[in-house]
Ligand binder design. Structure first.
Ligand code: ZN
Length: 274
C-alpha cells in the first residue's frame, strides 16, 4: 500500500509541477515547522466540538449541483471563496501547486505534503494563496504575505506515509474577513463521520471541482471515499452541507481516496500557531 501511495503521490506532484514564469512578484515567505505525529498524538475526544462557518456580506452563497465532479466557475461564491489555490516554492527551488481552506480569520488547513518537495524532502519557503481563483489576473483575493505553518511528518524511512499528512497555516492578515471560512467539526466519532454526506473540493491546474457522497472510516486519522478527485486536489476540504469541514483531502490509491480527519491533534496544532 505504501508503495502504491508513494508512486501516486509522486505522480500527483509531477502532474501538478509547473514553472512560475507568469508571476511578477515573489510569493510570501514563511517557515514550516515539522513535528512528529507519533509524539504529538493526542487521544480523540468523544464529544464533538464545533466552530461556526463565516460568510462575509459581500460574498454570495453557492448552490450545490447534483452532477458528479462539478466544475465550479463561480469560484468567488461561498463556500468556494474559502478554498485556496496554492502556488508553492520549495527551499530547493522547485515549484508545485496544492489546495487549502480557511477555517478561521487567519487559519488555513492543507495537506502536509502540499508543504514539502517530495523529490528533495525540502520544505515550502514561499506560497502565494489565491482565493476565488479564475486566472492569475482574475480572483477574489490573493495573499502574498507572511505565514507560519505546522506540518506532520509524511516520511517514514523516506517513503510517503499518510499518517501525519495534515498541515496548519497561520496567515499574518485576517484573510477570512474577505473570503469567509468553513466551520469545523472537530473529533467526530466514527459513526457521525460515516453518516455525514460530504462534499470534496480542490483545485487542479487552477480549476476548482467538487464531488459529493458518504465517506467511510479507515482509522482514527483517516476516512476514505470513492468520489472523484484529481491530482492537485490535495489539501482541499471535505465538508458537510452546512459548510462545516470534517476532513482534508490527502491521497488516493486505485480503489479509493483518503482524507485526514479533523482530530483533536489537528485542532491543537492549528490553535497553537503564532
Ligand atoms: Zn525539490
Amino acid at each position: 500500500m505504501k508503495k502504491i501511495l508513494s508512486f501516486l503521490l509522486i505522480m500527483m506532484l509531477l502532474l501538478s509541477a509547473f514553472s512560475y514564469t507568469a508571476l511578477a512578484e515573489e510569493p510570501g515567505q514563511g517557515e514550516v515547522i515539522l513535528f512528529d505525529i507519533e509524539e504529538e498524538s493526542v487521544a480523540e475526544l468523544m464529544e464533538e466540538a464545533e466552530e461556526e462557518p463565516f460568510i462575509p456580506e459581500s460574498v454570495e452563497k453557492a448552490i450545490f449541483g447534483k452532477d458528479d465532479r462539478v466544475r465550479i466557475y463561480d469560484t468567488s461564491r461561498f463556500p468556494y471563496s474559502a478554498i485556496a489555490y496554492m502556488e508553492v516554492q520549495g527551499e530547493c527551488g522547485d515549484s508545485w501547486t496544492g489546495s487549502g481552506f480557511m477555517v478561521g480569520k487567519d487559519r488555513l488547513l492543507t495537506a502536509a505534503h502540499c508543504l514539502v518537495c517530495t523529490k528533495h524532502g525540502k520544505w515550502a519557503k514561499g506560497i502565494t494563496f489565491y482565493f476565488g481563483y479564475k486566472t492569475h489576473k482574475n480572483y477574489l483575493y490573493r495573499y502574498n504575505d507572511r505565514w507560519t505553518a505546522w506540518a506532520g511528518n509524511v516520511f517514514s524511512n523516506k517513503n510517503y506515509t499518510t499518517n501525519g499528512d495534515f498541515g496548519c497555516i497561520k496567515l499574518s492578515k485576517n484573510v477570512g474577513d474577505v473570503t469567509g471560512w468553513l466551520g469545523s467539526r472537530w473529533a467526530l466519532t466514527d459513526s457521525t463521520v460515516a453518516s455525514t454526506y460530504c462534499y470534496y473540493a480542490g483545485y487542479r491546474d487552477g480549476v476548482l471541482r467538487y464531488d459529493s457522497g458518504l465517506p467511510w472510516v479507515l482509522s482514527s486519522e483517516h476516512i476514505a471515499f470513492t468520489m472523484d478527485t484529481q491530482p492537485g486536489n490535495s489539501g482541499g476540504p471535505i465538508f458537510d452541507a452546512n459548510y462545516y469541514a470534517v476532513g482534508i483531502i490527502i491521497a488516493h490509491n486505485d480503489q479509493y481516496n483518503i482524507g485526514y480527519r479533523l482530530t483533536t491533534n489537528v485542532e491543537t496544532k492549528l490553535d497553537n500557531l503564532k
